[in-house]
Ligand binder design. Structure first.
Ligand code: ZN
Length: 407
C-alpha cells in the first residue's frame, strides 16, 4: 500500500545563494553515523508489550550498496539493467548514492561516503545507541537529535568534524517516523537524517519493513548541495526534489529515484542546454547532448525547457509510466521568473496519481500550443509542431515558434 500523504521531508529554508546560483563541482565527503534507540535496535524492536525480531537484518554490504559503490556497473544498455545486486528483501538495486551524483553530474561531482560505525564479525553494524526510546525523539527539534547522536558517536570513539565539504548523515534504526522525519538542518547545510527502513504505515515498527533505498538519501543530500523543493509547482515524480525519491523499478520505494530536473543540473554546471528562440527547428535526441533545449519565446520572460525523456536509461527507468510499456515523449518544463520551475502536464492534471500522463507522447503532424504568462494586455502562445518521431522515439523533431496576441 502506498502512502497518500504528500508529506516527505522537512527543512528550514535558509538557502545560500552561493549554492543556489553556483556550480556544484569537485569532491566532498559524507560520514554516516548509525544510531539506535533503547527500544529499536538493528535486529529487534519493543512494541505492544514485547520484543519482535526483524525478518531481515542489514549488513555492511547492504549499506554499501545503497550508499557507496562508486564505479557501480550501472547499465547503459537496453534493457537497462544487467546488475545482480539485491537488497535482503529481494529488491533490485541499481546504483548507490555516490553513483547517483557521479552519473548526474557527468563525473563533475564526486562524493565519498564513509560509515563511521564498526561492524561485527558477521558484518552487522554496531549501532551507536541514543540514551532514550524512539518516541522520546518524536517532534523534538532536529538540533537536539544531532547533539545526542554526535555525543553517542563520540562516546564510541568517533571524532566528527562537520563542515560543508564533510557532512554528516545520521541513519536511525527501524521504520520511518514522520515525527522523526527525514530532513536536513538547512538547505546547503551540514547534517541530514534518514530512517534505516521504509514502509507504510509510518510512525510504528514492522517486522518486515525493508531497507530504505537510495532515493531518500539522494533527496536529502541534494538539499545539502543547495536544492530546494519545487513547490507549489507540481513536478511530482519527475524530479528528485518533487517527490521522485519514491520512484521504483523492480523493487519498492526509491530504488530508482528520478533524476534532478535538468534546469537545476544546468545551473549546477552538470548539463549544457541548447538555447533557441524565434522560429526554430530542433531535433531532441534521447540520451545525447541533444536531449535538452531551452526555448525563449518573444514577449515573455518565461522560457520552456524541452526534453526528450524515454524510459530506457539509468534513472529514467523508474519514471511515471515506465511500467505501461508505452514510449516516453516530450517533457516540457516551464521556467518562470526567478528561475522557478514547473512541469506542463500533457493531460493538464497535476499530481502523482496521474503522473504517467504528464509526458507528451507526440506523433508526427501533431500541434501543441502552450500559453504563457506575458505582459499586460497581451498573451503569448508557444506552438510546437511535431515534424518527425523516430520509431523508437529516440529522435523527436520539432518546429518551435511563438506569437504575441493582443488581449
Ligand atoms: Zn526534501
Amino acid at each position: 500500500m502506498k502512502p497518500l500523504s504528500l508529506l516527505f521531508c522537512i527543512f528550514f529554508p535558509v538557502a545560500s545563494l552561493a549554492f543556489v546560483n553556483g556550480k556544484v563541482t569537485g569532491s566532498d565527503t559524507l560520514s554516516i553515523v548509525m544510531v539506535s534507540f533503547r527500544d529499536v535496535r538493528g535486529d529487534s524492536f519493543y512494541q505492544d508489550g514485547r520484543w519482535w525480531g526483524y525478518k531481515t537484518r542489514h549488513r555492511k554490504i547492504d549499506f554499501e550498496h545503497i550508499l557507496n559503490t562508486f564505479g557501480y556497473p550501472i547499465s547503459d544498455q537496453t534493457p537497462p539493467v544487467a546488475l545482480e545486486h539485491y537488497a535482503p528483501n529481494g529488491d533490485r538495486l541499481f546504483a548507490g548514492l555516490v553513483d547517483y551524483f557521479h552519473i548526474l553530474s557527468q563525473g563533475q561531482y564526486q562524493l565519498t561516503v564513509t560509515i563511521t560505525n564498526p561492524f561485527d564479525e558477521q558484518g552487522y553494524p554496531l549501532w551507536f545507541q541514543l540514551p532514550q526510546e524512539k518516541s522520546f525523539y518524536s517532534r523534538r527539534p532536529f538540533y537536539e537529535f544531532i547533539r545526542e547522536a554526535m555525543a553517542a558517536a563520540e562516546s564510541n570513539g568517533v571524532q566528527l568534524k562537520p563542515r560543508r565539504t564533510n557532512r554528516i548523515c545520521f541513519v536511525y534504526t527501524g521504520n520511518r517516523w514522520d515525527t522523526i522525519p527525514p530532513q536536513v538542518d538547512e538547505v546547503g547545510g551540514r547534517y541530514m537524517r534518514v530512517h534505516e527502513r521504509w514502509q507504510w504505515p509510518y510512525d510504528r515498527e514492522s517486522a518486515d519493513a525493508p531497507l530504505t533505498h537510495v532515493g531518500m538519501y539522494c533527496h536529502e543530500y541534494a538539499h545539502l548541495l543547495g536544492a530546494e523543493h519545487h513547490r507549489p509547482s507540481a513536478v511530482s515524480l519527475w524530479d528528485l526534489m518533487g517527490n521522485g525519491q519514491k520512484n521504483a523499478f523492480a523493487g519498492s520505494f526509491g530504488n530508482c529515484p528520478a533524476p534532478l530536473n535538468p534546469w537545476l543540473r544546468a545551473q549546477w554546471g552538470w548539463l549544457s542546454l541548447h538555447e533557441c528562440e524565434g522560429d526554430a527547428e530542433i531535433s531532441l535526441i534521447y540520451h545525447t547532448a541533444e536531449q535538452y533545449y531551452l526555448y525563449q519565446p518573444v514577449g515573455t520572460s518565461h522560457r520552456l525547457l524541452l526534453e526528450n525523456r524515454q524510459y530506457r536509461q539509468l534513472f529514467d527507468c523508474g519514471l511515471p509510466g515506465h511500467d505501461t510499456h508505452a514510449n516516453g515523449g516530450l517533457l516540457i518544463w516551464k521556467i518562470g521568473d526567478g528561475s522557478s520551475i514547473d512541469l506542463i502536464e500533457a493531460d493538464g492534471n497535476e499530481g502523482e496519481m496521474n503522473a504517467a500522463e504528464d509526458v507528451f507522447r507526440c506523433h508526427r503532424g501533431e500541434i501543441i500550443d502552450i500559453p504563457l504568462p506575458s505582459q499586460k494586455d497581451t498573451s503569448v502562445v508557444v506552438r510546437l509542431q511535431i515534424l518527425h518521431v523516430s520509431a523508437d522515439n529516440d529522435t523527436i523533431r520539432v518546429r518551435v515558434s511563438s506569437s504575441i496576441m493582443a488581449e
